[in-house]
Design a protein around this ligand. Structure first.
Ligand code: M6R
Length: 364
């Protein structure tokens, strides 16, 4: 039931600190600050390549997972949307682990890709929310998310729970590979366990975001920019906005702006910039300023330092707590979801059941 909430999507956005904490609880062992995983019949140290396959919002977790696994475990990762994976006849090797991400566990393309990898003799792991689903039964290693049933067609809490599991898995692979020290693992466990509180803080901006949503609701096109793991977050922001508000939206890697999309910019195009302060911040801000110089209406999502440095000339800023880069995607997902939600409500669309969409896509 929706409880006090107007829509399931809103309820599910607000549940995130609790369900992410619940999910983390089953992967983080706080007595010795280690990542703990279900027993597996294979040795993670034996893999020298990883493929991650998923669709839609789950595919953005795959992209963020690529940054994490490559950074922590130094294992090369390729990601594919499931509908492309089989048809490019991917080169599959024995020492390759295939990871599948799905809320429903029933998405036809992802399930077909999983069967394809199994037939090729690969070991498979699944980050899946529905424990009784077809994919949950097929994978060699099931890494469940504990988001609970997700009713809104737009995925929210499943996304952040998938990120939590992905972060834990990347850490586990890195430890198995011997490239992460026990002290570094401890540090990661600490940061991850801080995520639910930071997410709660982010939810505190609900009303500010609602107030600015009316302006965005008038736009015909909206662009999202981010760099590093914030690039998939920009893609997620754009997908969320288009699927529930029907406003045309695109996400771009910040550095790609000047390779084409900047031609779209005028003073009617809101530009949502996702940029926590850190090593990538100045570069993203310089891309943002190029767009601002051409009239872009910038909404900057950053922390206090970032906003102090670059908030001038924006139409709005949304201040996130200062967090470790590893948990930033879990926290920054919240303003991105709330913005899409409030814009859709302002436009009067059917938020939980947007037109033409199904919760689970069981045909190719
Ligand atoms: O159940 P799955 O995670 O496999 O679903 C994948 C996509 O269909 C899903 O994430 C879709 O993109 C959502 N509507 C996004 O909000």
């Amino acid at each position: 039931e929706k409880g006090n909430h107007r829509h399931f999507m809103q309820k599910e956005i607000f549940e995130q600190p609790i369900v992410v904490a619940q999910t983390l609880k089953s992967y983080l062992r706080r007595i010795d600050d280690c990542v703990s995983m279900p027993d597996m019949e294979f040795d993670l140290a034996g893999f020298d390549r990883v493929s991650i396959v998923a669709c839609g919002t789950s595919s953005y977790v795959a992209m963020i997972g690529k940054y994490w696994i490559e950074k922590f475990a130094r294992v090369p990762v390729e990601t594919d949307v499931a509908s492309e994976f089989r048809y490019r006849d991917p080169v599959l090797g024995k020492n390759q682990l295939a990871i599948f991400i799905s809320q429903s566990g029933e998405t036809a393309d992802t399930l077909a890709a999983l069967k394809h990898c199994k037939a090729a003799g690969l070991k498979t792991a699944g980050i899946i929310n529905v424990p009784t689903s077809s994919m949950a039964r097929e994978v060699d290693l099931l890494l469940p998310t504990h988001a609970g049933p997700e009713i809104g067609v737009a995925s929210t809490k499943a996304f952040t729970c998938q990120l939590a599991v992905m972060a834990a898995f990347a850490t586990r692979i890195a430890r198995a590979k011997g490239v992460l020290s026990a002290a570094e693992e401890k540090d990661i466990v600490h940061h991850l366990s801080e995520a639910p509180e930071a997410m709660n803080f982010a939810l505190g901006h609900d009303e500010d975001i609602e107030a600015m949503a009316h302006k965005i609701a008038e736009a015909r096109d909206v662009l999202y920019l981010g760099r590093g793991p914030d690039y998939p977050m920009a893609l997620e922001g754009a997908l969320k906005l288009k699927e529930i508000s029907y406003i045309h939206a695109e996400g771009y890697a910040s550095g790609e702006m000047k390779h084409g999309p900047i031609a779209l910019i005028d003073d009617h195009v809101p530009l949502i910039v996702i940029a926590p302060s850190g090593p990538l911040f100045d570069k993203t801000v310089s891309n943002m300023q190029e767009a601002q110089a051409r009239g872009a209406q910038v909404v900057l999502i950053s922390d206090a330092d970032g906003i102090a440095k670059a908030g001038e000339g924006t139409i709005a800023t949304i201040e996130m707590p200062k967090v470790h880069p590893l948990i930033a995607p879990l926290v920054y997902a919240i303003p991105v979801q709330l913005l899409a939600y409030h814009v859709a409500v302002a436009k009067g669309t059917d938020v939980d059941q947007p037109r033409n969409l199904a919760k689970s896509v069981t045909v190719e």
